[in-house]
Design a protein around this ligand. Structure first.
Ligand code: PSV
Ligand code: MN
Ligand code: MN
Length: 385
């Protein structure tokens, strides 16, 4: 097991550019004051999260929501603000052409358009210095018989193969799965098994992205995490929490115990070691709460779960497991989970020159008042509108 301080030092959370813009549900987007008007301002807000937590050094982009004329300038702007650009998220789910799918669409012209967008995203990665291309496909069908399930898998495989061939040596393809929505009968990448099969067929640079909100209720996500880590195919997390479906609420808000169990599998499986390449990203929307504070709180929640996972007494756990001591083994885990790690985390922050209470420090900084005064007419995140 990684030791406590090294483990916390290694935990880097990537925040999503779209979390800083206005977002909502299909019923209403509530505009907030001071939201960014362009990707440069989103990056500036992401830099605040890093400045106060010391644990969010990168920001993910979503194309075309974050399209800019000069990506190298955006990357420089990020560095000037103390952060870096992270994963490039492709978007082949918002054009009218994609009504029947993108890369699995029965029409070859639509498939070509979708693959061209994915290739463009790799071009952008070359300019931003990003390692990861994150692919999520809304593709699927609503009615039995609507399309051929196997043919759609063939089309998916063909598209992924072309994109994979375009990746540079240090670039990766993250294949994200989601059980349902917007397709309601079949989804072409509905689960980790489908994603894993495609990744294995593609090669070592293809890895699975586990979005914690994309499973059926009751799914044992930590089991999936353990399997993927063991197979060397756990590429990334899209962290968020959910009460019902893909709610995109703050990670650790709905079920902090689940987040602890997930992080325990990550820690015990060696996934915190940067060499394993597991990326910890947030994929959330803050529809009613202040956005920068929502991101800070999410980073803190992820740190708390990780700190508890790092406190598990690995030797005692191993001994109890070897003896078949069911309750003893469970108690080792619960002891760690029930530890109040907030003072330890405050100490970790202070030892790095940060305020022990990032939310209070951010609120006292005056940044929010500054952006409210400066920014008029902020943008919509593009998602959930
Ligand atoms: C889809 O629900 C998803 O989780 C994918 O990661 C998208 O790119 C993202 O949401 C957009 O918020
Ligand atoms: Mn996601
Ligand atoms: Mn989602």
């Amino acid at each position: 097991m990684t030791d406590f301080t090294t483990g916390l030092d290694d935990l880097a959370i990537e925040t999503p550019s779209w979390a800083y813009g206005n977002s909502g549900t299909r019923f209403k987007v509530f505009a907030q004051r001071g939201v960014p008007r362009d990707p440069f301002e989103k990056v500036a807000d992401a830099a605040q999260v890093h400045a106060f937590t010391g644990a969010a050094p990168t920001v993910a982009l979503h194309i075309p929501w974050d399209r800019v004329p000069d990506y190298a300038a955006l990357a420089d702007h990020a560095v000037d603000h103390g952060v870096r650009l992270g994963a490039i998220n492709a978007n082949v789910f918002q054009d009218d052409d994609y009504m029947l799918g993108s890369v699995t669409n029965p029409d070859p012209k639509v498939r070509r358009k979708a693959v061209d967008h994915l290739l463009e995203c790799v071009d952008i990665m070359d300019l931003t210095g990003s390692r990861d291309l994150k692919l999520w496909f809304s593709d699927g069908t609503n009615y039995p018989g609507q399309d051929d399930i196997r043919a759609r898998q063939d089309r998916l495989s063909e598209a992924l193969t072309e994109v994979y061939a375009r990746l540079g040596d240090d670039q990766r393809l993250l294949l994200e799965y989601k059980l349902f929505e917007p397709a309601f009968y079949t989804t072409d990448v509905p689960d980790w098994g489908t994603s894993f099969l495609h990744c294995v067929a593609l090669g070592p640079k293809a890895v699975v992205c586990v979005d914690t909100g994309h499973h059926a209720p009751g799914t044992n996500i930590e089991f999936i995490v353990a399997l993927l880590l063991r197979a060397g195919r756990l590429g990334a997390f899209d962290f968020n929490s959910r009460f019902y479906a893909d709610d995109d609420l703050m990670v650790g808000a709905a079920d902090p115990f689940q987040l602890f169990r997930i992080m325990f599998e990550v820690v015990s499986g060696g996934g915190l070691d940067p060499a394993t390449g597991v990326a910890f990203m947030l994929d959330q929307c803050h529809n009613i709460e202040p956005k920068i504070q929502g991101q800070i709180r999410s980073v803190m929640n992820a740190q708390e779960a990780t700190a508890k996972a790092l406190l598990v007494d690995a030797a005692a756990l191993k001994a109890a497991q070897a003896e078949g001591d069911v309750l003893g083994a469970n108690a080792v885990l619960m002891d760690a989970y029930n530890t109040d790690v907030r003072p330890l985390l405050a100490g970790w922050r202070e030892s790095r020159g940060l305020d022990g209470d990032p939310i209070a420090a951010y609120k006292a900084s005056g940044y929010f008042e500054k952006i409210v005064a400066e920014r008029v007419g902020g943008t919509q995140a593009g998602w959930g509108a």
